[in-house]
Design a protein around this ligand. Structure first.
Ligand code: 5GP
Ligand code: ZN
Length: 111
């Protein structure tokens, strides 16, 4: 499958790595929206949150364990996690990813 984030997870497209294990890859966003902005993705292809199910949800739990661990290691105690799902919500890459944003005041509600 021709998928940008599968290619990044496989190392075929370069990225600035934050964290990696057998299930998950995390890397800095190419167009950061905050002083800290990285993405956490499962190495296996899942289209979006809408494609999460009983079979693959353990990897989503693992993504959140990684977010907790990595933010702690970075000394970040306040951050936002975002997953855009579908075109209207602003998803531009159809491979499940969690944005982790920190280092500035965040607005609510989001735009
Ligand atoms: P989405 O718009 O789907 O919620 O998030 C996709 C994110 O991927 C965007 O924030 C965008 O800047 C980032 N992105 C797109 N292409 C690349 C790339 O080639 N490398 C990196 N590091 N980030 C990318
Ligand atoms: Zn993919």
């Amino acid at each position: 499958m021709n998928c940008l984030f599968c290619s990044i997870a496989e190392g075929n497209i370069p990225s600035k790595k934050v964290y990696e294990d057998e299930l998950v890859y995390a890397f800095y966003d190419i167009d950061p929206q905050a002083p800290v902005h990285f993405l956490v993705i499962p190495k296996t292809h899942i289209d979006s949150v809408a494609a999460v199910n009983e079979e693959n949800s353990s990897i989503v739990a693992h993504c959140f364990e990684v977010i907790s661990k990595v933010t702690k290691e970075m000394g970040i105690d306040s951050f936002r996690v975002v997953s855009n799902c579908g075109e209207q919500a602003g998803q531009s890459v159809p491979h499940l990813h969690f944005h982790v944003l920190a280092g500035r005041d965040m607005t609510w509600p989001p735009g």
